[in-house]
Design a protein around this ligand. Structure first.
Ligand code: DQA
Length: 144
């Protein structure tokens, strides 16, 4: 009973990166929230952040061995990466897509996501709470 939490490029800068858009919480805060939210439901979380597409793809492939679902904020790769989408589709685990900001209220190029078409759910604009909502919902789906 384990989930994979994936954070993509530049999310290591959370807390200092464009705080007006992404808030003051750090990646450590995000991962702590995820671990606590999952633990409350009796689940574990493996956390991965990378600025490298291939590292993210490898982590997604490895999740097939021991994870039941994936929560992912793909960062900028959301809007560019067919390969990341193919990796998620390829492992066949349920996916929750999370964005801290409401990408639909921002630049046009952020309106399209390659991931949304294969995701169970998409949460955008709820800040770091979005990760907790996604985890709770994913766990609820998996537990039923
Ligand atoms: C983001 C939105 C993306 O457009 C952006 O490239 C990010 C973060 C978000 O969490 O709001 O890196 O995924």
């Amino acid at each position: 009973r384990r989930l994979l939490l994936v954070n993509g490029p530049n999310l290591n800068l959370l807390g200092t990166r464009e705080p007006a858009v992404y808030g003051h919480d750090t990646l450590v805060d995000v991962e702590r929230l995820a671990l606590e939210t999952a633990a409350a439901a009796g689940w574990e979380v493996r956390c991965v952040q990378s600025n490298h597409e291939g590292v993210l793809i490898d982590a997604i492939h490895e999740a097939r061995a021991d994870c039941a679902g994936i929560v992912i904020n793909p960062g900028g790769l959301t809007h560019t990466s067919v390969a990341l989408r193919d990796a998620l589709a390829g492992v066949g685990l349920p996916v929750a897509e999370v964005h801290l900001s409401n990408v639909h209220r921002r630049e046009e190029f952020r309106h399209h996501s390659y991931v949304s078409g294969i995701a169970e759910m998409v949460i955008a604009g709820a800040g770091i709470n979005g990760y907790a909502y996604a985890l709770r919902q994913l766990v609820a789906v998996l537990d039923r």
